[in-house]
Design a protein around this ligand. Structure first.
Ligand code: SF4
Length: 233
C-alpha cells in the first residue's frame, strides 16, 4: 500500500433518505446544476478556433448559463478541442483529475473521436474515451459554433435528466482507464491525485476500480513532495 493510501477519507453516511421531498429536491438541484456550467476549454487543436464565436456576441453561450473558467478546480466541464498529442494527453488527464466531481468531458472534433486526420500518427492519442470518460462528442473537422452549442445543450439535458454520470465511470472502472494510460505513458505513470481515495469518498469503489494496473501504480508510486520556493537575496 502506498503512503497515499493511508490518507483518511470521510466515511459515507449510512442514513437512508426518508424525506418524500428528497426526489423533488434532487430534480431541482439537477436543473440548477445544468443551468450553471463553468467550462474549462483546453485548446488542444484547431477546433478551439470555433469557441470565440460560440462564447461571444454572435452565439453567446452565456445566455444558456455557460461561461468560461480559467482553473480546473472551479470548472464543471472540460472541453477538449481537437487532436491530443501523447504529451498533451498527460496534461489533459492531470487537469481532469484536479476538477471536482461531478465533472463532465466534451470531446470536440473528429480527432477526439477516432484520431481524425491523425489516425495514423504515432504521436497522438486516437480515442479520448479510452483515457477519460467522455460525456458528449461533437464530431466534425471542425464543428461549427452551432454544433458546439448543440453538444453543450445535449449535456445540459443529460444532467437535468440525471444521465450525466460518465464521471462515475472513472472511479468505478479506474483500472481500465489507468491501464490505457500506462500503455501510452509507461508503467511509472502517476499523477498527484489519489483517485482511489476519491472513489472511496464518493462510494464508487467497484470490482473494476482495482486490478493489475492499480497494482503496477502502487509499485511505482512515489510519495508526493511539497514544492519549495527559494528566494535569492
Ligand atoms: S478534426 Fe480537423 S479541425 Fe478538429 S482538430 Fe482534427 S484536424 Fe483540426
Amino acid at each position: 500500500m502506498s503512503k497515499l493510501g493511508n490518507i483518511p477519507v470521510q466515511a459515507k453516511s449510512e442514513k437512508k433518505r426518508t424525506n418524500p421531498l428528497a426526489r423533488v429536491f434532487d430534480e431541482l438541484i439537477q436543473f440548477c446544476q445544468s443551468r450553471s456550467m463553468f467550462m474549462l476549454h483546453y485548446c488542444t487543436g484547431c477546433g478551439a478556433i470555433e469557441l470565440p464565436p460560440a462564447m461571444t456576441s454572435r452565439f453567446d453561450m452565456e445566455r444558456l448559463g455557460i461561461q468560461p473558467m480559467v482553473t480546473p478546480r472551479q470548472a464543471d466541464i472540460l472541453l477538449v478541442t481537437g487532436y491530443v498529442s501523447v504529451k498533451t494527453l498527460k496534461r489533459v488527464i492531470l487537469t481532469y483529475e484536479q476538477m471536482q466531481s461531478p465533472k463532465y468531458v466534451i470531446g470536440i472534433c473528429s480527432c477526439t473521436v477516432n484520431g481524425g486526420m491523425y489516425w495514423q500518427s504515432y504521436a497522438t492519442a486516437k480515442v479520448l474515451n479510452e483515457y477519460l470518460p467522455v460525456d458528449v462528442y461533437i464530431a466534425g473537422c471542425m464543428p461549427r459554433p452551432e454544433a458546439v452549442i448543440m453538444g453543450l445543450r445535449r449535456l445540459m439535458s443529460n444532467i437535468e435528466n440525471g444521465k450525466g454520470n460518465a464521471w462515475k465511470d472513472y472511479y468505478e472502472r479506474y483500472d481500465y482507464y489507468l491501464g490505457n494510460q500506462q500503455h501510452l505513458f509507461g508503467d511509472d505513470w502517476q499523477t498527484p491525485v489519489d483517485v482511489i481515495g476519491e472513489a472511496k469518498f464518493y462510494d464508487l469503489e467497484g470490482e473494476e476500480t482495482y486490478g493489475e494496473h492499480t497494482r503496477t501504480l502502487e509499485q511505482h508510486q512515489e510519495p508526493l513532495e511539497a514544492a519549495v520556493m527559494r528566494v535569492k537575496l
